[in-house]
Structure formats: C-alpha cells, structure tokens
Write a protein that binds this ligand. Sequence first.
Ligand code: AMP
Length: 413
Amino acid sequence: MRVLLIGSGGREHALAVGLAADPSVEQLIAAPGNPGIAAVAELRDVSAADPAAVAALAVETAADLVVIGPEAPLVAGVADAVRAKGIACFGPSGAAAQLEGSKTFAKDVMAAAGVPTGRSFTCTTDTEVAAALAEFGPPYVVKNDGLAAGKGVVVTDDRAAAEAHARECGRVVIEEYLDGPEVSLFVVTDGTAAVPLMPAQDFKRALDDDEGPNTGGMGAYAPLSWAPADLVPRVMAETVLPTLEEMRSRGTPFAGLLYVGLALTSKGPKVIEFNARFGDPETQVVLALLATPLGELLHAAATSTLADFPPLRWHEGAAVTVVVASHNYPGTPRTGDVITGGEQPGVIHAGTARRADGALVSAGGRVLSATATGADLAAARAAAYALVEGISLEGSHHRTDIALGAVEGRITL
Ligand code: AMP
C-alpha cells in the first residue's frame, strides 16, 4: 500500500521508521517530514493542519492510507477531510479529537463513562481559580484547557505561580494532585475494537531527579518491569472501553490512537490525561519493540477491521530513548546550531532542518532522541547513552537519569 504520513516531529520519524519496515508498505510519503524522515520516505510539502490541503495531497499521491501524527491537524478536522475523499485514515475525527483538544471535554467524557481520574474544576475567573486552589491545596495542578503542545500544565507548590499560569491561560482545569508513578498506555482502536500497545514511561521534567519545568518529554523507556501484572487489562476495562463506548454513544466514535496518561495511585490507576495521538517520545521506544507490521495494524484500525487482527507480537528486551534538547529549552529554544552525529541509526529527528549548505542544524526545542534497544533495560540504557555521546550540538542538554530508577529497582508503587 501507499502510505502518506502527516507531521514533522520525532513521533513521525519513529512512525516513518516503523512504516518503512513493513513489507506491505510499498511507498511511504511524508509531509512535511524532516531530514531524518527523508532517509526512509519521499517528502512532500504541506500545511499539516489544513484539512483541504492534506486531503488534496492524499488524492494526488493516491494514498491507500493516511496516518496523521500530531494533534493540531486532528483537532482541525484533517482526518474528516481525508475520509471524505474515500481514503482510509488513521486518526480520530475533529469531534473525537476533542478528547485531547479540550481538557474540560475529556473530564466530561470521563465523568459520564465512570473513568477513574482526579477531581477537577474548570475555571475562567480569578475567584474560581482561588476557590479551586484552596479546595485542593498544594501541590497545585493547573492545566490550560486547550492544546498547548504538551506544555500547558504547571504542577507547583507555589500558589502565586499557579495563579499566574491560570491567568496566562485564561481558561484552565484545576485538578487534584495524583501521586504515584506515571505510565503512558497507547491503544490502537477503530472505535469499537481496541488493542493496547506496551506501556511505557516518559520523563516530563526538564532536569534529572524530576526537577525543573515540565517539557514535552525528555526521554522514555519500555517495558515497565515494575508495573502491576493486571495494569493493562484493568485500564482497558475501567478506562478505555467505557471511554470508547461513551464516544460512540455521543455519535463521535474515537478511532485512531488513544493515549492514556495514568498515575498509579494508591487507589489504582487514574487518568492524568487523554491524547488523541501517539506520544512523543514514548512512541520511539514502543515502536522499537513492536514486531507486528505497523502499517497493517494502523490500516486495520483505519478500516474498522481491528477485531480480526492477529495478536500483537513484540521483540524481546527493552528500549530507551534520551532526548537531546536545544539550549534554553523548554524556554524559547536557540535554533540554527550545527549538529554532528545526527545520522546514526537509532537517532530520531524531532527538531532538525537541513541548511542550504547541507549541514544538519537544530530547528526546535527537542532536537533529537537517541533510541536504542538491548537485551534488558540496563543494556538498552547504556546503548542509548552511547548514542547521545556520539551527538554534538552546542548548548544542548539532556537528562542523565532516563530509566535509571527502573534499572536500579527504585520505583515503588
Ligand atoms: P499532561 O499534559 O496533562 O500530561 O500533564 C503533564 C504532566 O503534568 C504529567 O505528565 C504529570 O507529570 C503532571 N500532571 C498532570 N496532571 C497531574 C495531576 N493531576 N497530578 C499530578 N501530576 C500531574
């Protein structure tokens, strides 16, 4: 089949590597792509969040399947426009993508479906914000209600900082703090049938020991040897299936990738957030371990045939990815710095560009993610950090403790 992949980040590079390795994918076209994706796909230009433009490109390239990576095009209704052309599309409708597009909408669906999650209030005024912060006490969790590229959340003990974030955002969801290790679970669904992938853990804070501000994610690993054995079936039964049923009953079935961000609290797994697409950088590690052909899996979800899909197969061992970020990220990142070592196998491009003279340069906050597998987590971790050592980017920073707690058996439930 001919596959058109929409997006240009690390998630899309990981998806591109997975799709290119699937023998059923005869041709892979990525738009707009990035210099890393260019090694495995033909690149086309497109305004990714423009439904008409993406649909026209899908027709022009005679795509059999369109895979939409990022959330902004999904929320903008790009999947609807592609499907309206009669082309199979992996990614939820604009209406269903509101599970990510609005935290208030997601909370409303969770309440209706009886999904375990933190108590919350949606607030628009200083008075409402003050009342919600007082109700929950510190640590305060304040979330931008709309899309914020994974950076709309502030978790802080500093009440003034919580209030300042609420004021900046305008409309926020203020939520009870959920204590416990975090897990990301990706679920491929056609709206009815649902197939969980392997749970992964990401690292949201910028600095080692979970210090510093929240980021889009600084690294990830899988599998989670410390997770309870019943985690996935429990989350499927308590959260995923009721949510899919609620979305169907609203007339807006969710088909695509449901990302369930969980905190494993003392009272069981509770939802921190839903996303409507693969998470970055967890995708890098989950897909590195997936042995099932990715294109076939996504095509089954896009054509409502997932119930007949064979059980997933996984590679033995573990995977780790370490994000190399620009100077000053997650503040306004410095860009245009020359990268060396960016073309090694396993190095996923997230924010890179090709300069006119051919040099690879930084072009975003998260620039690369060094991804490696190994026979066990310690070996995968060592291999990922060896890749990082081979990368040079002036002013860059990365965490040195990705997967370290799990390797050392320090994660407690
Ligand atoms: P989100 O974008 O909703 O995933 O939030 C980003 C990060 O903020 C999460 O990965 C958590 O580390 C943290 N966070 C969000 N909501 C909560 C919560 N209710 N309790 C504790 N931490 C949270």
